[in-house]
Design a protein around this ligand. Structure first.
Ligand SMILES: Nc1ncnc2c1ncn2[C@@H]1O[C@H](COP(=O)(O)OP(=O)(O)OP(=O)(O)O)[C@@H](O)[C@H]1O
Ligand SMILES: [Mg+2]
Length: 268
């Protein structure tokens, strides 16, 4: 009897801590945060993982790409008392989306006026998603480091930084790393940050090659995604890259990134 209770308690703790929360973020715009978040979420779901994709950017690019259905509620409605089931949109058998409205969306307004009163709102939301049995929560952020992005980063297990191959990106990574260290100190917790996704690399450009080489000096795992117009096309078609063109040349790089993510999660 006692053994059964302990086993049950162990199972509950295990299942509540199950979801791995990965945020794709850097304060720089247009580097591929949305492209990479959504593609990784789709890729994990293709491998049989249960994934929830959270559109944390009031621009709603993730929602516009992934969601082909009408939806009634916005991300912010969860913080106002709606259930996750009411707000989330099933995309396929393994993938759900928590969407935002691009027009008259409330996420920005809510974060500016109410987030300070409930700084753990994202942490609680992610705990609830964990209890629902998701394996991964993938969070796509805005190109900024306001209170909203700080709350999201603090609620995540890991932040992966997408970068474009340009000189200023190194400054971007230093600025990010400084802010992250401050957040870790203030919150007394470690947030994993050891991966950079070097996106839109074109090896025929000498500047891209030089930048890629200089990144190798940094103490990060670097995954390189090539420039591939198919990525922009599949967004317009509201499809994943695998649905749009299973032979697209960027796919092996995404598979490599997903291997890295799943390999670590399985090994933990
Ligand atoms: N590897 C790639 N090859 C070609 N085009 C790409 C690639 N990755 C992203 N893009 C294109 O670059 C543009 C910016 O990408 P994306 O919207 O993902 O960046 P972002 O960092 O999310 O931007 P924002 O900061 O505005 O949220 C999009 O038009 C996208 O289609
Ligand atoms: Mg984006």
């Amino acid at each position: 009897m006692l053994y059964a209770r302990i086993a049950n308690l162990y199972f509950t703790i295990q299942s509540e801590n199950r979801v791995k929360k990965i945020c794709f973020h850097i304060q720089k715009g247009g580097v591929g945060k949305t492209t990479i978040s959504c593609t990784v979420a789709w890729g994990l779901a293709r491998r049989g993982c249960r994934v929830v994709l959270l559109d944390c950017d009031p621009q709603a690019n993730t929602t516009s790409w992934v969601c082909t259905k009408q939806f009634r509620y916005d991300f912010t409605d969860i913080f106002r008392g709606r259930s996750i089931d009411e707000v989330s949109v099933p995309i396929n058998d393994n993938l759900s989306l928590i969407p935002v409205f691009s027009i008259d969306g409330e996420l920005k307004n809510w974060s500016e006026t109410r987030l300070a009163e409930s700084p753990r709102a994202f942490e609680f939301l992610l705990d609830d998603l964990s209890k629902m049995g998701f394996d991964y929560a993938i969070l796509d952020c805005s190109p900024s480091f306001s209170l909203l992005e700080k709350a999201i980063v603090c609620a995540s297990d890991e932040v992966i930084n997408p970068l474009s191959p340009e000189f200023f990106s190194v400054d971007g990574i230093e600025i990010f790393s400084n802010i992250l260290q401050g957040l870790e100190r203030n919150n007394r917790r470690k947030i994993k940050n050891d991966k950079i996704v070097l996106n839109m690399l074109n090896k025929s450009f000498a500047t891209h090659r030089a930048f890629s080489e200089s990144l190798q000096q940094l103490n990060y795992h670097i995954v390189t995604i090539p420039q591939d117009r198919k990525l922009a096309e599949c967004q317009g078609a509201q499809k994943s890259i695998w649905e749009y063109d299973p032979k697209a040349r960027c796919i092996p790089a995404f598979e490599q990134l997903i291997d890295l993510i799943t390999g670590e999660h399985d090994g933990e």
